[in-house]
Design a protein around this ligand. Structure first.
Ligand code: ADP
Ligand code: MG
Length: 356
């Protein structure tokens, strides 16, 4: 099997006054595991449904292997859409769930049997064919939903928030498994999530979506370490966005005077001295124990291997991730350094809901 190359061209879709898709363009290579990362309401489900043929875009085009599929009904597109929560039928067995889509399309019985058996074998659950969904683990239900898409002959898997119904530990396993299965079958996958960690863990490439637009497409490292917009820096890497002013410029580097911190070395994209900026400081690029800056711990929370601190520095509140430090508590004074250079964005590019 070979997954289709998927090309999305200037796709637009409105619901009344809401621009769910506002000119979306990208390519997904055959066999690629592509993740759409964006907040709730950014247009991700609308995009997947347009690709699946369940919604009709107002304009733009969708091509599989270079051929427009807009004129094709969903079942002819060979794109399997998996809605959030996978929508398995609780009163049907595993076998019936996988077969259902083929029955309603009127496939001959022999072919249904062959396809269902093959798909259940691929996901390793043929031995559970007579079970009901509630008798399976979350991970197994996920695989049934995959089997259903595979049985329908999908060459493109469209996974809409596929892991939200699972608990944290299971999620780690299942996301690896879904990726491995898709890769072994050569399928093209477009996987939607709001969870940046999930995106980083499974994606070959990530598209960051906001308000019906794609802000950046790149490798997980690119979107994490080199975001194009302050929104992305915050959404993908949870960066602190600190207001300041660019005071020195030399090519793409410079110095920004950050309110409450002082001068820091920055990288920027074509800004001039005097520009109002937002300096992005990722929580883990703040080095607790350094000597340059001082702050006071407001609150702290253990996140497994890292310790998340909320630190007050003058009027600033910084999110800080550090290795666990013994004896820290609310009220503790700390010192820290910053990993420079930091990224500086034009202040006006934020268009956000207030800076923190
Ligand atoms: P996401 O999946 O990223 O959460 P959606 O694609 O579901 O986002 O929705 C994008 C925007 O379009 C939201 O503002 C949503 O309220 C709106 N929207 C989606 N589907 C419909 C619909 N059928 N009717 C009206 N508005 C819709
Ligand atoms: Mg959605």
């Amino acid at each position: 099997m070979r997954g289709a190359k998927v090309s999305v061209r200037d796709l637009r879709k409105r619901y009344g006054a809401v621009k769910a898709l506002d000119g979306v363009t990208f390519d997904v290579e055959s066999g690629e595991y592509f993740v759409i990362l964006g907040p709730v309401g950014s247009g991700r489900s609308t995009l997947l449904k347009c690709i699946a043929g369940l919604e009709r875009p107002d304009s733009g085009d969708i091509l599989f292997d270079g051929e427009s599929v807009l004129g094709l009904p969903p079942e002819k597109r060979l794109a399997g859409y998996m809605p959030p929560g996978y929508a398995l039928f609780p009163h049907m067995t595993v076998w019936e769930n996988v077969a259902y889509g083929l029955w309603i399309r009127g496939y001959p019985r022999r072919e249904v049997e062959e396809r269902v058996e093959e798909a259940l074998k691929l996901v390793g659950l043929l031995h559970r064919a007579d079970s009901y969904p509630h008798q399976l683990s979350g991970g197994q239900r996920q695989r049934i939903a995959l089997a259903r898409a595979l049985a329908s002959g999908a060459r493109v898997l469209l996974l809409d928030e596929p892991l939200t119904a699972l608990d944290a530990v299971l999620t780690l396993e299942v996301r690896r498994e879904v990726r491995r299965l898709a890769k072994s079958l050569g399928l093209t996958v477009i996987h939607v999530t709001h969870n940046q960690e999930e995106a980083m863990a499974v994606a070959d490439r990530v598209a960051v979506m906001r308000r019906g637009r794609v802000e950046q497409v790149g490798s997980p490292e690119e979107v994490y370490f080199n975001p194009l917009t302050p929104f992305e820096a915050k959404f993908v890497a949870d960066a602190n966005l600190l207001p300041g002013k660019l005071v020195e410029v030399e090519g793409a580097s410079g110095v920004a005077e950050v309110e409450g911190l002082g001068p820091v070395r920055v990288l920027h994209r074509g800004l001039a001295a005097g520009a109002e900026v937002l300096v992005a400081v990722r929580p883990e690029s703040i080095r607790v124990g350094g000597s340059r800056f001082r702050g006071k711990v407001l609150d702290l929370s253990h996140l497994g291997h890292t310790l998340r601190l909320w630190v007050e520095v003058g009027k600033l509140r910084l999110r800080v991730d550090t290795e666990p430090v013994l004896g820290l508590k609310p009220g503790s004074e700390i010192t820290f350094d910053l990993d420079e250079p930091l990224l500086a964005f034009e202040y006006s590019s934020w268009e956000g809901e207030g800076v923190e």
